[in-house]
Ligand binder design. Structure first.
Ligand code: ADP
Ligand code: MG
Length: 398
């Protein structure tokens, strides 16, 4: 789960990271009021969306008066900000953060990520902050410092000092840098984050280390342990289909193809998508309905997949291990009887009680296309989708 910059700054500040003074606003008037509260005569207005690259996309503006703040925010509110991280549809701006503008001499990149190979938290830092990490690794790979943290002892002071030296931070600021690094690491570990990124972390003209930007993402499976983090979720920043699925306990990712997928198990869902592509089709979604594919869950899954108007065929692929194919078949039949769908439905069942499952599908009287192997299911789904498309085109022609 992602959170906003101002929320990440609030969290990191509690862990000892220094951030500029700022205030949140939901309207241009409130933004101007926040500037007055902060004092000074130069402010930065920042669109709060779950994406980086806002600066280049017009989502970060320097303002020299309250009037300029009103003008800048008038343009932002209600608009969709399109950055290289949002996709072409962009993300809605409903909140802005007003910050005192800071004078700085140097920009540093600082990131904390999970390194799967070493199975540890890895610190990635560079003296070339301000650019995105992808740009830094393309243009200045030699500037990148990497360091993994031994989980049993955490980020030790000597290790943090080493990173600080490697970045060329003046020794008078080493202690501040160590506090920043250790604070980020503790926030990462204690809150089950999957990513902490400060870009840029700056050395100000008055010799302070300050986080001008902050990004955090959290492990969704650990949110139950951190209700204060879970509260920060902002559904306005999520794909509405994915948000609806998450609320129903289903793992769904919307894609751009036409063949809807209903599968139990994430690995099988990935294999199903691959096989659809191999058969010449394009999956419309990733959907893992979990182990216990009860009739209610199957029905929810059908409604969710059908809510995508691009879906022109549905492939149900269930492997019953602990589950039983006859229960799942019952679920599919009940779901389709209660909510008939107007696209071809292909069902492939395998595992426990598969014969009983097939019988239930056959006896249902529903026009379900059955398949025995995954390849066969994918081919039938692609053929059914192509036929359906031809028919629709003919109907339109008539
Ligand atoms: P993004 O990464 O989404 O583009 P940032 O928060 O990093 O957004 O802002 C973009 C740039 O704006 C930063 O690299 C920095 O140069 C400048 N900036 C951001 N906040 C401030 C601030 N409080 N004072 C001065 N400059 C800032
Ligand atoms: Mg940034």
């Amino acid at each position: 789960m992602d959170i906003h910059e101002y929320q990440a700054k609030e969290i990191l500040a509690k862990f000892g990271v220094t951030v500029p003074q700022g205030g949140l606003a939901y309207s241009p008037e409130q933004a101007a009021y926040r500037a007055r509260e902060l004092g000074g005569d130069r402010w930065i207005v920042k669109a709060q969306v779950h994406a980086g690259g806002r600066g280049k996309a017009g989502g970060v503006k320097l303002c020299n008066s309250e009037h300029e703040i009103q003008d800048a925010t008038n343009e932002m509110f209600g608009q969709k900000l399109v950055t290289h991280q949002t996709g072409p549809e962009g993300k809605g701006i409903y909140r802005v953060y007003v910050e005192a503008a800071v004078e700085f001499d140097r920009e540093i990149y600082l990131g904390f990520v999970l390194d799967r190979q070493s199975q540890r938290v890895m610190i990635v830092a560079s003296s070339e902050g301000g650019m995105e990490i992808e740009e830094i690794s393309a243009q200045r790979p030699d500037s990148i410092v990497r360091s993994t943290v031994e989980p049993a002892v955490g980020l030790q002071e000597f290790q943090a000092r080493e990173i600080s030296f490697a970045l060329g931070i003046p020794s008078s600021l080493t202690q501040q840098m160590v506090r920043t690094l250790q604070g980020c690491y503790r926030a990462f570990r204690e809150l089950d984050a999957t990513m902490v990124e400060i870009n840029p972390l700056v050395v100000t003209s008055d010799s302070r280390i300050l986080a001008l930007d902050a990004k955090m993402a959290f492990d969704g499976n650990a949110l139950f342990r951190h209700p204060h983090v879970a509260e920060l979720r902002d559904k306005s920043q999520e794909d509405p289909r994915e948000a609806r699925a998450a609320d129903r306990g289903l793992a769904y990712i919307g894609l751009t193809g036409n063949i809807g997928c209903i599968v139990n198990g994430a690995g099988l869902a990935m294999a199903t998508m691959d096989t659809i592509k191999l058969a010449g089709g394009e999956p419309a979604n990733f959907l893992d309905i979990g182990g216990g594919a009860t009739p209610e869950r199957v029905a929810k899954a059908f409604r969710l997949v059908m809510s995508d108007e691009n879906v022109q065929a549905i492939l149900v692929n269930i492997f019953a291990g602990i589950n039983r194919c006859d229960w799942v078949a019952e679920g599919v039949v009940q779901a389709l009887k209660a909510n008939p769908v107007d696209v071809p439905v292909i069902v492939r069942l395998a595992g426990t009680n598969v014969e009983e499952g097939q019988k239930i599908l056959a006896k249902s009287g529903l026009p379900i296309i059955r398949a025995n192997s995954l390849m066969e299911a994918a081919e039938r789904a692609v053929t059914a989708w192509q036929n359906d498309r031809k028919q629709n085109t003919k109907m339109r022609a008539v």
